[in-house]
Design a protein around this ligand. Structure first.
Ligand code: GTP
Ligand code: MG
Length: 273
């Protein structure tokens, strides 16, 4: 039979880590944290005022991890309060609402704010990022699909999880992956392990697929000005075809993007003399 005492002594040293939550107001940052820490969901919106702070203890393999959670307010009004809390974070929960495209588009500006506030400390390779595509329970109002979210996240070496603070879907798995990655990073001398960042495609490929998905017409899709010549269209097409050809590009959505580019070129060439 096992006894408790020797087990504790065998444990590796415990770790203290700091994590923060980022994302537009009302995307569900506080609810995600509450769902994990308190196993409950509050439907009424209670905006975070500046910042909320909490501590939780988790066990990752044979280590005890003391997690300090700084839950940021997403409203621009609280920028002055938030900006003090970016420094020394080992993990970031980047949250958007799958029913609000602007909250997804805002992820880049959240990263930019963080980089700016961290100043010379801004070594993003020493931070674990988890992207939470939240409110997946509200399927009818969903406008950002999994492929698009996953592409944005994985092209940056970030984890991607679909979550619902309301139903609890994905929450435990997401936090387990988050804390386990932070522990791996601490054990790896503060560097994100390389295996996590090599996803087999480049940021340029991912950004191009995203741009193509969001383009407003065929000119825009090929990245040429309306009224461009056949040569210009063909040149732009060749560049995109090489970048996105499904034999060369494993990024999610590359096949659809490639087909869209082929169709855009065909329809433009029909109308150019
Ligand atoms: P700020 O503190 O203002 O930055 O907002 P926040 O991102 O912390 O949002 P909060 O967690 O307070 O949630 C905002 C609203 O969305 C609340 O009314 C929540 O009940 C609701 N909400 C959060 N997560 C979910 C979810 O997964 N599904 C659904 N249906 N509603 C959610
Ligand atoms: Mg909040």
């Amino acid at each position: 039979m096992e006894t408790n005492a020797p087990k504790r002594r065998d444990n590796k040293k415990s770790l203290r880590v700091k994590v923060i939550s980022l994302g537009n107001a009302e995307v569900g940052k506080s609810c995600i944290i509450k769902r994990y820490c308190e196993k409950r969901f509050v439907p009424k919106y209670l905006a975070t005022i500046g910042i909320d702070y909490g501590v939780t203890k988790v066990q990752v393999r044979d280590r005890e991890i003391k997690v300090n959670i700084f839950d940021m307010a997403g409203h621009p009004f609280f920028y002055e309060v938030r900006n003090e809390f970016y420094k020394d974070s080992q993990g970031v929960l980047l949250v958007y609402d799958v029913g609000l495209r602007e909250s997804f588009d805002a992820l880049d500006s959240w990263l930019a704010e963080m980089k700016q506030e961290m100043g010379s400390q801004a070594n993003m390779d020493s931070i674990v990022f988890i992207v939470c595509a939240n409110k997946v329970d509200l399927t009818k109002r969903r406008v950002v699909d999994e492929g698009e979210g996953r592409l944005w996240a994985e092209s940056r070496g970030f984890h991607y999880f679909e979550t619902s603070a309301q139903s609890g879907e994905g929450i435990n798995e997401m936090f387990q992956a988050f804390f386990s990655s932070i522990t791996d990073m601490c054990e790896n001398g503060g560097k994100r392990p390389v295996s996590e960042v090599s996803v087999g495609f480049t940021k340029e490929q991912a950004d191009t697929i995203r741009r193509i998905r969001n383009s407003k017409d065929s000119w825009d899709m090929l990245g040429v000005k309306p009224g461009a010549t056949r040569e210009e269209v063909n040149k732009a097409y060749r560049k995109l075809a090489v970048l996105l050809h499904p034999d060369k590009c494993v990024a999610p959505g590359s096949e659809d993007a490639f087909k869209a580019v082929v169709n855009a070129r065909t329809s433009l060439l029909k109308n150019i003399k």
